[in-house]
Write a protein that binds this ligand. Structure first.
Ligand code: TR5
Length: 143
């Protein structure tokens, strides 16, 4: 998340990490905003859809291209740390679809895949999602 870099110029690292923690959400099994995006109750810009996976543009893009790929059925997969053997197929499908969408978006020079998990990973929505970010030079290490 970019806010650390912005904030760290004028506040202490401790304050920045508290701010980051505040951006994350408490882990939960409750329905999320993504259910309403899947049902189209809340509009999103869908870039790919099949029976298992939905891919749509992130509302707060961290690059010229920022797409979220999610399983249409959460089935307990609030985050990667909750993955079970029954999720192996959909996990593979999410990554393979990310590759297809990267190609569709013209990200021929490369891209970044991110899965945030839990409070320390700065996860804010508890429905597993893969971030596909591209269209600019990425940096390492990430924030
Ligand atoms: O922080 P994590 O990894 O959990 O990622 C959650 C992502 O969901 C963030 O990058 C948010 O910008 C994104 N997000 C949150 C909402 C939203 C969205 N992307 C598209 N459309 C959205 N709607 C309509 N509502 C959100 N609350």
């Amino acid at each position: 998340h970019h806010r650390v870099a912005i904030l760290s110029s004028h506040i202490s690292p401790v304050m920045a990490s508290e701010k980051e923690a505040a951006l994350a959400a408490t882990p939960s099994d409750s329905p999320t905003i993504f259910d309403k995006i899947i049902s189209k109750e809340i509009p999103s810009t869908v870039v790919y859809e099949d029976d298992k996976v939905l891919a749509f543009r992130d509302i707060t893009p961290q690059g010229p291209v920022h797409i979220l790929l999610i399983p249409k059925v959460r089935d307990g997969l609030t985050g990667l740390s909750k993955a079970e053997e029954r999720h192996i197929d959909v996990l593979g499908r999410l990554l393979y679809t990310a590759k297809l969408v990267a190609k569709q978006e013209g990200l021929d020079e490369g891209f970044r895949i991110v899965i945030n998990d839990g409070p320390q990973g700065c996860q804010s929505v508890y429905h597993l999602h893969v971030h596909l970010i591209g269209g600019r030079q990425m940096n390492w290490p990430p924030g």
